[in-house]
Design a protein around this ligand. Sequence first.
Ligand SMILES: Cc1cc2nc3c(=O)[nH]c(=O)nc-3n(C[C@H](O)[C@H](O)[C@H](O)COP(=O)(O)OP(=O)(O)OC[C@H]3O[C@@H](n4cnc5c(N)ncnc54)[C@H](O)[C@@H]3O)c2cc1C
Length: 400
Amino acid sequence: MVTNKQDAAVIGGAVSGLAAAHRLNKIEKISDVTLFERQEYDEKRVECGEAINDTSLIPIEKTEENGFVNNVSGFQLQIYSGTNRNPDEKPYAVSNLNCDPGYICERDLVEKSWAESLEQDGVQIETGTPILTSEFESIVESYDYVIDATGQPSLSLKARDATHEYTGDMVALNATVEGNFKEYLDWPRIFFEGYIGYSWAFPKSENQANVGIGWAGSERPDDYMKAFETAAKRNGFPIPARGDTNIYTIPKGPSLDPSRVYFPEDNIFLVGDAAGIANRYQGEGICQAIRSSYLLCDLIKKGSESQYPKKLYNSMKSEYRLASLMRGVWVEHEDPELMATVAESLEGLTIDDITRSPRNVIKRVLRNPTVAAQLMTDKGMVKRFVNAYTDNWEYNSSSA
Ligand SMILES: Cc1cc2nc3c(=O)[nH]c(=O)nc-3n(C[C@H](O)[C@H](O)[C@H](O)COP(=O)(O)OP(=O)(O)OC[C@H]3O[C@@H](n4cnc5c(N)ncnc54)[C@H](O)[C@@H]3O)c2cc1C
């Protein structure tokens, strides 16, 4: 009997892989979906922050048991003069950004619960051993579709000895700490302090929080851990224990040539961090990862998956541009007071607006013509604007 049914392997079982397995499993022409995750979900240690800004993308109930531990109202930006400030100094600006569908999560629990629900829906889940580069070829030969959701650097590029193709990255440290977080349980805090990056304190409950610090620019401290500890002191969150701290690099989207997210000869598709798409300013990547998988699966369903690289790039374009411009406010001006005025003008917008909607952000900034003029009469800012709007990124140029 001739059958048109096809099968799919998803490698990597964090958010992008789970999202891919979920959608593939709903496509009629795909008969079997197998997800390979190198860790066990019971022991899974997620080395990243745990703010999920749009939890509506995750098709499981938003309960504490499923890892959705703090339903936040939004996030509070605090802008300070710098890192050498007097401990009593008040922030230059405080701005609240709404985030109705946002949660601070126990991400390992979210991923475990999502994997369990997929298993119940018939996805085959194999955990506990990594797929080695030497095994990759046989997987590619065995499955009609291979989704590489292994994060950055991806298994596909490792197997091709091509991890150098990733360009921009950021470095971040984070840890979960105990303390008293009652005061800002609803409004997790993000601290901008004069360097390109920020530190954060995201309460999971009244007495536990995920805290961290990240650098998006080329100037990075010699001693990351010491910088994290001093940020904790300045910003009033508990100093994390060195043994509990994770250090990690995040892609700075678009950090990979968009055409390299699909290898047509083997039918391999890269999603999430593997595709190098995390937000190039603030490092957010969970919703981006899930959306990339959903986009790919919708195209597979329609039989137009060869359009994935182009469609993914187009879907991320405004976010890449906005993030590059937001970064420019720091990089080109190095003026915390200007940053504070920009942040104040964003008050009341949503996280989604300031991540993905240049129009809403520009409209807000233009309400203060002095600030708009100050921002745009700078040569560096103009260059940044031109680069962003002509799609001139690291992978095809030397622009920052
Ligand atoms: C410190 C830090 C804080 C962050 N904070 C946030 C935040 O608060 N909000 C946000 O939205 N984003 C945040 N990010 C970014 C976010 O974590 C990533 O963008 C997101 O995790 C990408 O998901 P992914 O599924 O594509 O890849 P990953 O999360 O990297 O997952 C890859 C998965 O593949 C598995 N794997 C890898 N290799 C193999 C192999 N060979 N075989 C089998 N399995 C394999 C891994 O075990 C892992 O489960 C943060 C990142 C860091 C580093």
